[in-house]
Each structure stands twice: as C-alpha cells, then as structure tokens.
Write a protein that binds this ligand. Structure first.
Ligand SMILES: CC(C)(COP(=O)(O)OP(=O)(O)OC[C@H]1O[C@@H](n2cnc3c(N)ncnc32)[C@H](O)[C@@H]1OP(=O)(O)O)[C@@H](O)C(=O)NCCC(=O)NCCS
Length: 185
C-alpha cells in the first residue's frame, strides 16, 4: 500500500492520536529514568483530555503540528507531533520555546523528527520569532538529537517530576533564519 506522510496544523480532534504517541514515547524514552510507578499510570485518556484543552485554546503565537500518514485504504494516523509558542522563561531572552516534539517509536530514524523540528522552526520564524529554545532532561538521549540539530546548551535547572528532581538542559537556536537557510527549509 502506498502511504504519504506529511505535517499539518493540529486540531482538537487530533487529541487522542497525539495522546497515544505521547504516552508511548514517554514510556519508551523514560524507562529506567523516571519511576515505573509514574510511567505505568500515564493514561492516554487523561492526556487526550489535556491535549484537547490545549488545542482548543491555542493562542495566536502557539504552533501545534501533527505528522500524519495517509494510506490508500487505512484512516489517517498520527505518527508524531510537536508544539511550540512564546518562551516561558523571560530570563533566557529567547522568543520561542519548543514545548513538545515526539515521533512514534515505529517511525523513528526516517528523517521525520528533522521534518517536524524544521516545520516548527519555519512556522515560528514566519510568525516573527527569531530564536528558539527547549528544555530536555539531561538523562534523556533525545538531547543528542537536539545537539545534532545544531542546538547549543544555554542553561541548566532541576525539573521536578514524580516527586524527584532531575537535571535538565536548555538547548537554544539563536538564529532561526540562518538555521532554516542552512537546512534548506
Ligand atoms: C528524538 C526524536 C524526535 C528523533 O526523531 P527521528 O525521526 O527518530 O529523527 P530523524 O530520523 O529525523 O533524525 C535526524 C538526524 O538526527 C539523528 N538522531 C536522531 N535521534 C538521535 C539521537 N537520539 N541522538 C543523536 N542523533 C539522533 C539521526 O541519526 C539523523 O542524523 P543524520 O540525518 O545526520 O544521519 C524521536 O526519536 C523521538 O520522538 N524520541 C522520543 C522523544 C522523547 O524522548 N520524549 C520524551 C519527552 S521529551
């Protein structure tokens, strides 16, 4: 079956598909990092409700994207998603913050994470935001993806999750225009 994969703006009806990928990637990425008791109690239903709320009340500077596959017969399926908006910590002096970026485990390693990040940066830049940053737990190997995508460590802090503190790193892209030009997006 031929399948096309594309990125589009997320709508509230995507909440359930996003929650499926969210819970699945957290459970895969954070096994052995976050307590099992926390990971096994993550409920798709709860996350779907939260995502529906977030997507229903998105501000003008918020961006939410889904990566979707459409086959000839099967219904479209959410394979990944990403969200971003105004940076939450004004002290870092960055315009935009990437809040989430996940590619479902069956779809990783095919260039889709790069496509999502690039589309997110292009959308943020087109909305007037010149630089972007994100937070990631230092123990999450995903941070090497952000490093590979040209992010530079700009800050450190402790993130409080499941009753414990985890070291986290902020990666920054200080010039989105130059980055987009370099990757041809
Ligand atoms: C990180 C993630 C977005 C990468 O997406 P992906 O589709 O697998 O990545 P791509 O195929 O687009 O990779 C693009 C490039 O990055 C590299 N890369 C991907 N993941 C990497 C990693 N973890 N470390 C180092 N490099 C990585 C690839 O090798 C590729 O390099 P190349 O094109 O120069 O050869 C995806 O693995 C993911 O969603 N992981 C789970 C996220 C997570 O941990 N969430 C928990 C909460 S933050």
């Amino acid at each position: 079956m031929s399948e096309s994969i594309y990125v589009r703006t997320a709508v509230p009806e995507d909440a359930d598909g996003i929650a499926r990928v969210h819970v699945e990637t957290w459970q895969a990425s954070y096994a052995g990092v976050l307590p099992d008791s926390y990971l096994v109690t993550m409920r798709r239903r709860d996350h779907a409700r939260q995502w529906h709320e977030v997507l229903s009340h998105a501000g003008q500077r918020d961006v939410a994207l889904v990566l979707e596959a459409r086959g000839e017969t099967a219904r479209p399926a959410v394979l990944g998603f990403a969200s971003a908006g105004p940076a939450r910590d004004p002290k870092l002096l960055y315009d935009a913050e990437v809040y989430t970026l996940y590619v479902g485990s069956d779809w990783q390693g095919q260039g889709l994470g790069r496509l999502l990040l690039g589309t997110l940066f292009r959308t943020l830049f087109d909305r007037g935001m010149e630089d972007a940053m994100l937070w990631v737990l230092a123990e999450n190997p995903t941070r090497f993806f952000y490093q590979h995508m040209g992010g530079q460590v700009i800050a450190r802090r402790d993130e409080h999750l499941a009753g414990s503190a985890f070291p986290a790193l902020a990666y920054g892209w200080p010039d989105l225009e130059a980055w987009l030009r370099q990757v041809g997006m």
